[in-house]
Design a protein around this ligand. Sequence first.
Ligand SMILES: *[C@@H]1O[C@H](CO)[C@@H](O)[C@H](O)[C@H]1NC(C)=O
Ligand SMILES: CC(=O)N[C@H]1CO[C@H](CO)[C@@H](O)[C@@H]1O
Length: 408
Amino acid sequence: MNVLFFYLVLITRNCFAISTVGDANIDNVCGIENLENCSHFDIENSNILTNEVKRSLESYVPCSDDDDNNCKCYIEVITNDLKPYQKGITQQMLNNTAKYGTRYKILNHQLFRDKECMFPARCSGIEHFLLNLLPELPDMDMVVNTRDWPQVLIGLGSRIGPIFSFSKTSDYLDIMYPAWTFWAGGPAISLHPTGIGRWDLQRDSISKAAIKTPWSEKLPLAFFRGSRTSDERDALVLLSRRKPDLVDAKYTKNQAWKSPKDTLNAEPAKEVLLEDHCRYKYLFNFRGVAASFRFKHLFLCNSLVFHVGEEWKEFFYFALKPWVHYVPLKSYPSEKEIENILNFFLEHDDLAREISERGSQFILNHLRMQDIECYWKSLLLSYQKLITFKVESETELVQISPLQRQEL
Ligand SMILES: *[C@@H]1O[C@H](CO)[C@@H](O)[C@H](O)[C@H]1NC(C)=O
Ligand SMILES: CC(=O)N[C@H]1CO[C@H](CO)[C@@H](O)[C@@H]1O
């Protein structure tokens, strides 16, 4: 009798654990979607996080071999982004979108552009790739948005016309292109006065810094430095003030800074080189105005990347998988949620190290300069096939030659 009673208790307890963990819609229940409701005991005993990693790994299918020359991991993104324009891209459509960006034209393997570019460094970051690819590109006409923000809301429909943007959410029909910052024109911080760029050099330099600080020597702290482009970052900064032995997160100035109010009532912190981020075990990425250029760099440190919010994407984000390559946190995580998940990984160091290694291997193997060029090329070749009109020369456009590019 006693034994039977024991089993009944065991069965009911297990059912309870399964239903609470699985159902994220009920308030005040501990689950993967609301970790802030969990106690330390809940997290350990229900294995929510270890199971999530296990499940994600089981369903993970690598997108290609490590020596892939055809940027296979990203081709689906091109297909999806061009889907709305399958009926063809007309001259009228490009006339419609011209005012949202910079016009580029490729004619007889030469590159032409609007005379003015809103952000010259960003244009040169784009032209680096276009100029390299010119011998392989047929005639085409396109509008490239160099603002941070995407332009074609789904509601406006694909009738308006195609426009290339570096980042978007699922509310937009913009066609994603590799951000200018892979070469030039990234955010100008005091440590990179001409802007963060040269992904080829950054890859080398940050990877070297990572080798200097192997996992076992990294400080067991969460680290973040950046400006307050979004208040989504506040919880981490506030947690850092409360628990400096768990988190070191501070706001830096940007051009819009006026008073300590803009750095959440504290003096702005100094900017920190991306190389120096490698000293910390846990690195946080948040959206800024749009997707953050920080993201791809953080992986190179071989630290564990925490990525907040799934909304904002660049073309390569889709190939990175939550729990496989990084730790996802929902938008606007609470302090408690961040604290819970950090405490979990402090106690599961092997799991943290394994995710960090998969993340950095992915970026090293699949986000090489040749993959960026491959993406640009595949994107433009597919885009060009949709153009329904003959591309003609235009007197208003100026030719961009490699020489001019160096003068910028
Ligand atoms: C598009 O704009 C060009 C240049 O402004 C103009 O010559 C052409 O007629 C326009 N075409 C259409 C179909 O609107
Ligand atoms: C006690 C507690 O933290 N409750 C929270 C549990 O999660 C829901 C949804 O995320 C919140 O609304 C509750 O405040």
